[in-house]
Design a protein around this ligand. Structure first.
Ligand code: AMP
Length: 200
């Protein structure tokens, strides 16, 4: 086994953009863990933990969990050994305040994000995919209003983080419409242009 290459990546996109699926594929290629705040919250809700009880109503409404709480969970997760040589963040940071929290944490370790992958999918396509997922997986936040509400939050609160990262020159906008393999290949080639190369 070759050593995992250091890569600190964020994947951003509206709900239904396929960022979860693509995130797992990319992280596997680099041998780095996926850190998905949505998955962490869902696991805690399912497990009936104190954190799960705190966030279950908020996530069911499609609102954002308070920034401090979310950032603390991410700091704990990124402090684990497997994230020492890289990680792929999915779903965090989700607003400009969280970008500040992450910057502070990473700069304290002399680290920074290497790339921000924006999976670009039109709103109508996201809605269609989320409706399908609601039928298949029965996620409690995938109701019609829930979907519209979360897409509004994405547009109003999450999209602005792209301007912040854009100024740093680390955003790669990827067309998120196409087959799974085509999209993974687009991401791979964008990362490779930044000198971040996935294992074969
Ligand atoms: P996701 O699976 O990323 O769509 O996340 C599911 C839900 O978890 C969201 O609708 C929010 O309620 C909550 N959540 C996930 N990530 C964050 C975050 N970075 N900040 C606040 N809330 C979050």
């Amino acid at each position: 086994m070759t050593a995992a290459s250091a890569a600190r990546i964020l994947i951003v996109g509206p709900q239904g953009s396929g960022k979860g699926t693509q995130g797992v594929r990319v992280a596997e290629g680099f041998g780095i863990p996926v850190v998905s705040t949505g998955d962490i919250f869902r696991a805690n809700i399912k497990g009936g933990t104190e954190l799960g009880r705190k966030v279950s109503d908020i996530t069911a409404r499609g609102d954002l969990v308070p920034d401090e709480l979310t950032s603390e969970i991410v700091r704990d997760r990124l402090s684990q050994d497997d994230a020492a040589s890289g990680f792929l963040l999915d779903g965090y940071p989700r607003n400009v305040a969280q970008v500040g929290h992450l910057d502070e944490f990473l700069s304290g370790r002399d680290e920074a994000l290497d790339a921000v992958i924006l999976l670009d999918v039109p709103r109508e396509e996201s809605i269609a995919r989320l409706k399908l997922r609601a039928d298949e997986q029965g996620r409690s936040d995938d109701t019609e209003e829930g979907i519209a509400h979360r897409l509004d939050i994405y547009e109003n609160e999450t999209a602005p983080i792209l301007a912040v990262y854009g100024e740093r020159g680390i955003v790669d906008r990827i067309d998120g419409v196409g087959s799974l393999d085509e999209i993974t290949e687009r991401i791979r080639s964008a990362l490779s242009a930044r000198g971040l190369t996935l294992a074969a």
